[in-house]
Design a protein. Structure first.
Length: 400
């Protein structure tokens, strides 16, 4: 439970410090990548869109591969590989300016960085007792969101000098964490040989487990709905409400700041809830927040539904990872966490196209209620899973 932070092992705090560095180093770049490709290198916007699509596809593939490598090779080696490749490709972005090389590096970097997430989360699950995983992943979320707040601010300052300075700073931060993880976390990683062999490729166990299959499918819906906040809502504010594009930056900052401030209090409040119920409440917050956007026609009122969605995010993200980590065996923990990450990335990949279509053909009257309905369906799915899980724990038939 996060109210007693002293009980976590030293390796957890080393990992957490490194994840803050990783989040800062990563978020230094992502808000400015499109600007760099289009404004600095004069890459056509259509090509920029294709590059970002290719980067997204590489990220989707990488989270599954990261889970496989974490189980087969080890958590820390996988993390070190991801960070090292990220540092090298980011450094190369600072030194190469030929558009073709830069595009290739952006896609390679997109395939390298997500290897880290399932390995790091599997390492947390190895280090922390099962009854404290929810708190551990909540603290992890604070570090990640603090980096999301600090990174773009630092990036904006560095960008006053040059894009090269931006890439060099990001590369240096990632390099520091590469060394940190390789040296300080090496002993914390259980050797792959020490975990039970026989894990199945691409988490076939999940395909044979109706609970895991339903849980993953519902999480795709949650991710799809949440992705509207960062990919479709900015376009709605700019195109339909004719607000400056910079206004969404305030909503993004509000989202990250609320996660940092309220993650621990809400974790304390929901600590004794079943994980499925916690996720369902979070998805319900998404449904409530997006439905409230339907009639809004000015900027300031959007602060309220974004706050509600942020509270849902606080509940959903650590709960889903801790739920999977508790159910997984040590030999397939990385793969199953990778499967959840794949569901997250997959929903986020489909979300912009789905939301854009709803907005184009039906406007806000279709986009926001539609997004709310998707989140509500996911909430109902998790409530049913929670009911079944509670009955199984009590030895009662699920339909009894």
């Amino acid at each position: 439970m996060p109210r007693d932070l002293s009980g976590y092992p030293r390796a957890f705090w080393v990992l957490l410090s490194g994840q803050l560095l990783n989040s800062v180093g990563t978020s230094l770049i992502f808000p400015f990548l499109t600007v760099y490709l289009h404004e600095a290198l004069r890459v056509n916007l259509a090509v920029v869109g294709a590059v970002l699509l290719a980067q997204g596809l590489a990220q989707v593939a990488a989270v599954s591969l990261g889970g496989l490598l974490a189980d087969a090779w080890g958590r820390v080696p996988t993390m070190t590989l991801s960070l090292g490749l990220g540092a090298l490709t980011t450094f190369a972005l600072a030194t190469l300016q030929a558009p073709l090389w830069v595009i290739l590096l952006v896609v390679l970097r997109g395939g390298a960085m997500p290897l880290f997430q399932p390995a790091a989360q599997a390492l947390v699950a190895d280090l922390v007792p099962k009854d404290r995983l929810y708190g551990a992943f909540s603290v992890q979320r604070i570090a990640q969101n603090a980096g999301v707040i600090l990174g773009p601010m630092l990036g904006a300052l560095l960008l006053q000098r040059s894009f090269a300075m931006l890439f060099l700073a990001s590369s240096g931060i990632l390099a520091v964490f590469t060394v940190l993880s390789a040296v300080l976390l090496r002993r914390a990683d259980q050797p792959a040989a020490g975990r039970r062999a026989g894990g199945t490729p691409f988490s076939l166990r999940a395909l044979r487990d109706p609970y895991l299959l339903t849980m993953t499918a519902c999480f795709v819906l949650i991710s799809l709905s949440y992705s509207q906040l960062y990919w479709v809502v900015p376009g709605y504010l700019t195109i339909f409400l004719h607000l400056p594009a910079s206004r969404f930056g305030f909503l993004a900052a509000e989202n990250a700041a609320l996660v940092v401030v309220f993650q621990l209090p809400l974790t304390a409040l929901s600590h004794h809830w079943r994980s499925e119920v916690t996720i369902a409440v979070g998805a319900g917050c998404y449904a409530l927040g997006f439905s409230a956007m339907t009639t809004l026609r000015s900027f300031l009122p959007f602060l309220v539904p974004v706050a509600v969605i942020s509270l849902g995010e606080i509940l959903v993200n650590p709960s889903i990872v801790s739920l999977v980590a508790r159910r997984a065996r040590p030999d397939d923990r990385g793969k199953l966490i990778g499967l959840v990450s794949l569901a997250d990335r997959g929903g986020a990949a489909v979300g912009p196209a789905a939301g854009g279509s709803l907005l184009t053909f039906g406007g806000p009257a279709l986009l926001f209620p539609g997004t709310a309905a998707i989140a509500a369906i996911a909430a109902c799915g998790y409530l049913l899973l929670g009911r079944r899980s509670a009955h199984q724990a009590a030895g009662v038939p699920a339909d009894g």
